[in-house]
Ligand binder design. Sequence first.
Ligand code: FAD
Ligand code: SIN
Length: 539
Amino acid sequence: MKYSKYSAVVIGSGIAGLYAALKIEQQINLEDGILIITKSKFGESNSLYAQGGIVGVMKENKSDSTASHISDTIKAGAGLSDFNAVKYISEHSDNVIKDIMKFGVEFDRDENNNLCFTREAAHSVRRILHCGGDATGRMIEIALCQKVQENANIDVYEQTSAVELIVNSKDECKGVIVFNDDTQEYETIYSPAIILATGGIGQLYKYTTNPSGATGDGIALAYRAGAVMQDMEFVQFHPTALAIDGEENRFLISEAVRGEGAKLCDSKGNEFMQKYDERKELAPRDIVTRANYREMIEHNVDNVYLNATCIESSKLFKRFPTISKKCKEHGIDISQDFIPVAPAAHYFMGGIKTNLNGETSLKGLYAIGETASTGLHGGNRLASNSLLECVVCAYSVTEYLKSLELKTPKQIDEDIKSLIDKYSDEDMIPDELDIPELKKKLQDIMWDNVGIFRNEKTLTNAIEQIKELQAEFSREYKCQSKEEYEFKNMLTVSLLIAYCALRRKESRGAHYRTDYPETQEKAIHSFITREEGVPDFVK
Ligand code: FAD
Ligand code: SIN
């Protein structure tokens, strides 16, 4: 097998990965250079589709303060947010946002060149910065991708999946094995700093706002390598994905549309949010999602509607050009028609447990962005806090790495050799596995049993069925394609989510148990490691 060495390897080309690579290159003198590995086209990621914006607690916004942002984040987090994480990330918002502007990110400004701030659900003031109206993720990605491409010190491997972390007998991460989907070749890359920025898990569910790459790879890799996972039962479902028949990967109708005044209603225009929460459309996301889902179940319909016709049409088209264009393609004029919407899996609050330096429980392994669980979001993420966490944690991991001597490992121990051999073996004998079909089965199981409402029966049922799929799939190490590697990871992460959801006998934030609707007084994080594993008795 080919091998190479780098002083730092970033896995993922979303906003967390790109900004981390740029900061590390800018701040640290690296003997063996820096590499970004990304499994699809460079820049393809959840980040690319982010719409509403990024929280900017900016000094020039006199109506805002870190105290107010901290309070809103903690309230939305349903008691599970870690105060220190919230405070650190909020307090670094101003300087990190100003720093990303230096990399070419241009936020929308008014006619006097002042930054425009919008509002989203559960924020007490307007504090969301946006680009291109509703194309925030795309514009930030384009700017950061361009800076990486211009930077001769950052190498990029495209169409290359990380498939195994190399961890020695002392629980130290020494590198990563990667698989190139174009050439079908494997390579071992040694590095003292492996940074997972592999994003979310939306593809585990039948309906999702996430693109096809959101298969939880980094989480599965880190779990198999022995790292600690946190709060795996907390999956955020967005209340308003565009509900068009036959489309399971759903286009998002940003919460910012409700922030500007749009209302949820039934097909006749009857509003219903007042029944569920006094904050109505601007209640935290978990509450609005359950309200929409309850309305759908009660009236036996596939969607509810968003009425944006109350927003002045010139403002509506200027502020939401991407959304109005997409709706138009489906014959919906958002200034005249109701928009059919339904909930969809959107974001993962759980993930690889890290501290604010991005350190995981394994030395040499770091995680940032959606794949990590810093404790910021608790049981329910406040809108637009994810992009903020991506950039602040990319900044903080760089600050931490500055204090280390990043020497690439010289001696390779026996455990590592035997692991690498598993990928160097003779070619596998191809067998017939219909991955799209298996994937669909898994997505149905997760949506039906581990979704917006769960209980002991549905969760036990899901675990049983996922284990059956795992037996059918029967790959332990080497797989035959990128899609097989993704499916292997999806099975691992699905099982962890279902098992952790079964263990948490309460409802909190986005985790809603119909058999335990009460929230316990004390909020406790949940953890799981490979040693502990998913026990066999869960059958
Ligand atoms: P991603 O952007 O998902 O990037 C992950 C990268 O890792 C990708 O390049 C992927 O190809 C790569 N990768 C994955 N696995 C592997 C592997 N095995 N090997 C190699 N590469 C791999 N948040 C906000 O704060 N504000 C918003 O307005 C907002 N809007 C959103 C709208 C939509 C439609 C969606 C889906 C999400 C939105 N979010 C928003 C959430 C936010 O976009 C994400 O949480 C955030 O972009 C995650 O960034 P990331 O860098 O951690 O991961
Ligand atoms: C949205 O625009 O509604 C998504 C914002 C987010 O996920 O933070």
